[in-house]
Design a protein around this ligand. Sequence first.
Ligand SMILES: C[S@@+](CC[C@H](N)C(=O)[O-])C[C@H]1O[C@@H](n2cnc3c(N)ncnc32)[C@H](O)[C@@H]1O
Length: 306
Amino acid sequence: MSDETEKPDQEAIDAARREVKGRDGSTPPGQTETRAPEPSSSPPSDSSADYRIDVEFYDHVVPYRDRADVDFYVEMAKATRGPVLEIGCGTGRVLIPTARAGVEMVGLDLSEAMLSECRRKLASEPKDVQARVRLVRGDMRDFELKSEFALATTPFRPFQHLLTVEDQMACLRAIRRHLEPNGMLVLDIFNPSLDYLVGDKFLTETDEGPPFEMPDGRVVLRRHRLASRDRFAQVNDVELIYYVTHPDGREERRVHAFPMRYLFRYEAEHLLARCGFAIEELYADYDKNPFGSQSPGELIFVARKA
Ligand SMILES: C[S@@+](CC[C@H](N)C(=O)[O-])C[C@H]1O[C@@H](n2cnc3c(N)ncnc32)[C@H](O)[C@@H]1O
């Protein structure tokens, strides 16, 4: 066997490990740029999910505002009758409509900024809705709420902020400890398409829906790109980029950069089984169409505490 085949090609490995393309999003003259602070892994800081950049825009971003998952979660919550633990509840996009439907909710989130926004929105809800909600700042990898739940949910992919198998297992085990006997979990992650993993188009900035207007008159265009992809660790470095035009014409570019882990279908199945869950359903979308009915679709696991 030649030396060449025996020695790993370090250059090729490094290239595959971290595929970094040049930034096409450099700051044009006249714009200011804000980036979220570098991620830190020590809780209870905002860690890899630093949503401070996004928080004021979050509920206005068109694909979030129109995301077709709310009815699905409300129906799941009503079917189990609650109480429901929402992991990574954010601004309450799903939590508040579920509480309005009469279900007791605990929302756990690591980001104080997201929780404050959720509190602000809750304050204008009727008293009975407010009384059904408890918000807790905590890390999904390690929390103790001293309560048990009929259902735990993870709407819109908070689980993908966990970058290692250890963190994923710690989270699933913490959730399982908080479920009643026969309690249910909805694990909501995206189904990685081959195109997303290798396609060049994802490395350049792409618009996400039309621009939207904030109540104070600012107009915001949200774009996104992958700054790099680590196919060994299954982690993409995502950038959410906000182009903000102020009413006085001033322009600003804000970047929320964070790593995001993807999981494949069978990997997630093994992980759930390893952490004591029995999978009952796997949906491709929030209309409960089965996995495989569309491509790429989502990976929405409905699992029972085994
Ligand atoms: C994409 S948002 C989803 C928010 C909400 N579930 C929704 O559907 O709009 C992800 C949320 O997960 C939270 N998060 C990220 N890492 C976390 C962690 N380790 N523990 C708890 N929450 C976390 C973020 O702060 C953020 O609010």
